[in-house]
Design a protein around this ligand. Structure first.
Ligand code: S3P
Length: 173
């Protein structure tokens, strides 16, 4: 592991755990910029995520995702929301840990299902959403374990989540 450099705060977690909402609020609170790897993937490839999956496949998507992550993480004073599968490549985990404080957001399966059902833009959840969520949660059971901080979000407001992160983060610097 390279030396830790807490110049960014990186939010990881399964789809529907609130990374984008918390990320925006946390960036506002800190006066930092907000970056979203999914949005950046769509910007650099000039394609939506569903069409990247449909036309190029998941492996191509993961390659773009890793490149985007390296690029975004080279900056500082950013809150970065990552896609739920950005943790799957070990190299991405190392890159995150080398360039920021990594916060994992979690939520119960039922909360996740309720949230993702409202937003059907996720190719990996096509078909029976709740079956797909349970299956992927199982497949990824330990994929998020490398995080520095974990927050179970179900019973918390966005502001409470932001405060927990700010509190831990300020004690580091
Ligand atoms: C994915 C999560 C999505 C997006 C893509 C794949 C995943 O991001 O990157 O659909 O593999 O979990 P969100 O976690 O922001 O939904």
């Amino acid at each position: 592991m390279r030396e830790r450099r807490f110049e960014n705060i990186i939010l990881i977690g399964f789809m529907g755990t609130g990374k984008s909402s918390v990320g925006h609020a946390l960036a506002d609170r800190l006066g930092w910029s907000y970056a979203d790897t999914d949005a950046e993937i769509e910007r650099v490839s000039q394609q939506t995520i569903p069409s990247i999956f449909a036309e190029q496949g998941e492996i191509a998507f993961r390659t773009i995702e890793s490149k985007v992550l390296v690029k975004v993480l080279s900056g500082g004073r950013q809150v970065i929301a990552t896609g739920g599968g950005a943790v799957l490549a070990a190299a991405n985990q190392v890159c995150m840990l080398s360039n920021g404080w990594v916060v994992r957001l979690t939520a119960d399966a039922e909360t996740i299902i309720a949230r993702v059902t409202k937003d059907p833009q996720r190719p990996l959840l096509a078909g029976n959403v709740s079956e797909r969520v349970y299956r992927l949660l199982q497949d990824r059971a330990h994929a998020y374990d490398f995080a520095d901080q974990m927050i179970q979000t179900d019973a918390l407001t966005i502001d409470e989540i932001v405060e927990q992160i700010v509190e831990r983060f300020s004690s580091l610097n």
